[in-house]
Ligand binder design. Sequence first.
Ligand code: ADP
Ligand code: MG
Length: 258
Amino acid sequence: MSAFSIAFYFTPMKHAIQFDNLEKSFGSLPVLQGISGYVDAGEVLSIIGSSGCGKSTLLRCLNRLETVDRGKIVISDLEISKPQLSSRELKEVRSRIGMVFQQFNLFPHLSVLENLTLAPQQVLKISRSESKERAKYYLQEVGLADKAEMYPEQLSGGQRQRVAIARSLCMEPQIMLFDEPTSALDPELVGEVLAVMRRLAEEGMTMVVVTHEIQFARDVANRVMFLDQGRVVEEGLAREVLTNPNSDRLHTFLSRMR
Ligand code: ADP
Ligand code: MG
């Protein structure tokens, strides 16, 4: 064995995201009670569970919109759960991880194109012309190349959410987090957003998706994690876990979703 292959053999593959024993309370309310998991590069992890079980809090901890009380979160090689991050590290977290929310949070007074070029120009310091090129590329990716000059209020909810996804992609993140991206949409608009997400997954994006769309999770996610009251109750291959749940709690949860 060469030195190289020995080193390769003994170096464990790093997960894109690894989180261990996360604990988080809001006041006296324990919200995350020892959650562990990982996401590998190019993989889709879906997080499911009833309202209030801690899904959004977990996602928000993964991109440091919230800090954990205990536990460790590592994004590739960057430990983001330290109490203090330098401004450089924080910027690194923000640029590595994109997040899409239930409410699209587009700037209403900016055109679609301006919504997409703002952060790349201001945060990544890329030129106006390059940021426009990038914006047009990702608008094309989400099927909205013809909407660049529109304002958010002129778009449907599904189109707005696709713009929000494109806006995140313009930062060229390594990981995308989705927090119930279709929950605020009229049912007939859900499909177009899921189709964009499915395509992203197929192109190899590393994704964590909180969703109530069980069919989507079963088809698109590699693994699924079922949370209940801040704990992981069941975790495994999406197709297996969502077809044949082990626990009564997941069984009950899934039967209520149908
Ligand atoms: P989910 O996304 O699964 O519905 P959340 O993570 O949003 O759950 O919330 C979990 C629990 O934490 C809920 O009881 C919620 O009310 C509470 N919670 C969430 N954010 C805050 C906050 N900033 N301050 C106080 N309580 C919060
Ligand atoms: Mg939530």
